[in-house]
Ligand binder design. Sequence first.
Ligand code: FAD
Length: 490
Amino acid sequence: AETTAVTIQRLSMPPVSNSVISRHVAVIGAGAAGLVTARELRRKRHSVVISHHVAVIGAGAAGLVTARELQRKGHSVVVFERGDQVGGTWVYTAMLESDHLGLDPTRTKVHSSLYCSLRTNLPRESMGFSDYPFFSRDDPDRDPRRFPGHREVLMYLKDFAHEFRLGELVRFETEVVRVRLMEGSKWNVKSRKRDEDEAGFDEIFDAVVVCNGHLTEPRIALIPGMNEWPGKQMHSHNYRVPEPFRDQVVVLIGSSASAVDISRDIAGVAKEVHIAARTVGDETLGKQPGYDNMWLHPMIGSVSGDGTVYFQDGSLVLADVILHCTGYKYDFPFLETNGIVTVDDNRVGPLYKHVFPPALAPWLSFVGLPTKVITFTMFELQSKWIAGVLSNQSMLPSQEEMMEDVKALYSSLEAAGTPKQYTHCMGISQFQYSNWLAAQCGCPGNEEWRVQMYLANGRNRRARPETFRDEWEDHHLVLQAHEDFIKYTS
Ligand code: FAD
């Protein structure tokens, strides 16, 4: 039985033609009554949008573009943001968490993992949303570089939010503390405004889109003896500036983009920097070219109570600090789905195409889980897909078919020997995924120049790890990008 109240709103009245009056109508609620109403309206040639009340959690890049896409399809959107501004990760703060290793669950949490010197590792042309280019502004207050500093990305996201009037949708300083599945597939969202009502505030939504980011909750390396090791241990989440490492002997674990940046940052002041990496070719071990105080080692084997760090090849060093640049964990502390969605060894699942849990689709979805991707345009495609599905413009397969697809992904990862924790890691396969998303939305996928620029940047980074942000050869792709941007700027 249909219990949902159905409201029909007249949004505008286009001119009358041939005595057929066509109106633009929003049908709020897509239960049986909503769907029948929509069908009858369409039969009478009215243009119909099915509108849902949707909660978006987070106002970073993913939450902002999701809000825009949902609003474009006529949904009513509330964005919850626990910070006091949009931008998420790109809101740099000098603040550190009380537990630098990030193990204490009661610690004061800081969202952003940015360090002061951070410049983007993707060229700006490839980073921007498809219809809102991230080009250099002729403004002395802005960073014109192709690989700008983090503040420039934040400014870009603020411009984006301003351009599409997204700030009006955001409730700032409001943390979602619980998202609970109710009967009838609605969601109870409990939020708490900073410094206000301990009890929180409950609201009912038709759908929830989770955009809370996944680079905040540290994942650390487990090392035999680490509890007895007397030195300082920290995670890169709490790294901001090199100064505290002056004259120290630092062992840094990891080989990701941040590990590379941070090791070079620290080498400028530290006595010695020893990088321990799981996957390194033997030929690259030892003293690093261009540095007289940086060495590359295999992974740490163990540490001991006298401060020694032993590497797996038998070499050792007496160190002051171990810095874990070992990545982050997906974390949804607010989400109560009766066990339908879980995080198992950093696999969020089951999720159809990394977005919809089959049993809860389309009423719960996630934007931004894939890693090693061109982030903003992928968020854009995922959110377009979600908005289209919620509007009944794009159809999902049956729950069983979606589950089969998830199982097929897991089997293929297993067959390829890919550990579970890399379920959402895409790299080169992102392009096939983006094209698939684009096809669901009936829109173009990544432009060819963007794909080629991503690949060229990867090659350049490997060839010039020290200088790839200031020296490149893909000038023709920059030109192609700018030719493309003209249609959004003229
Ligand atoms: P976030 O930006 O993390 O936003 C999530 C938002 O959700 C935050 O504002 C947070 O406050 C809010 N939130 C979380 N929980 C709640 C809650 N319970 N209630 C209310 N609000 C909540 N990407 C690139 O494209 N290029 C780069 O060069 C690049 N460099 C990076 C360097 C570093 C060091 C890091 C950490 C990331 C980098 N990234 C880069 C990736 C970056 O994370 C993405 O580009 C993108 O900004 C992620 O956006 P998001 O919206 O998914 O998450």
